[in-house]
Write a protein that binds this ligand. Structure first.
Ligand code: CU
Length: 150
């Protein structure tokens, strides 16, 4: 009986993969939530946080981030207290990619105006497979921390 289970799982994976290659349908696999920007203290630079959820059976990659609010947006990882710019981040199949305070983060450089609490910043995330997603990132207080324990 066990032998019959595995091919069924592989077949389901194949169907999901076909869906991913079907153009506009593919974006449904990746979604973005819990985004926010702490109101920056600097006129030049701000940080941003969000969670990418991949409900599809195929891994994806976040390959670039842009925003009309900043001349440049970079993706950083944090390890051992030091941050490092990365050209891409993996989004595992049936998994998530988390940017949060103290960890991975987005950095907005060359702010065109200083975002204030209550504003919204438009951010475009480009994925290797899922195309581009536009996120309206709310600006929160400088000390905002998202609720934990989900
Ligand atoms: Cu950084």
């Amino acid at each position: 009986m066990r032998r019959l289970v595995l091919p069924a799982v592989l077949l389901a994976g194949t169907v999901a993969l076909t869906g991913c290659d079907g153009g506009g349908d593919s974006a449904a696999h990746v979604s973005v939530g819990s985004s926010y920007m702490p109101q920056p203290v600097s006129d030049e630079m701000a940080a941003g946080f969000l969670t990418v959820v991949n409900r599809g059976g195929t891994a994806d990659q976040l390959t670039s981030v842009t925003s009309d609010a900043a001349s440049d947006v970079t993706m950083h990882s944090t390890a051992g207290g030091a941050m490092e710019a990365k050209s891409s981040f993996a989004v595992p199949a049936h998994g998530r990619l988390v940017f949060r305070s103290g960890g991975n983060h987005l950095m907005f450089d060359g702010l065109k105006r200083k975002p204030k609490q209550g504003d919204t910043v438009t951010v475009k995330l480009t994925f290797a497979r899922s195309g581009t997603l536009t996120v309206e990132m709310p600006v929160k207080s400088a000390t905002y921390r998202p609720p934990t324990g989900h």
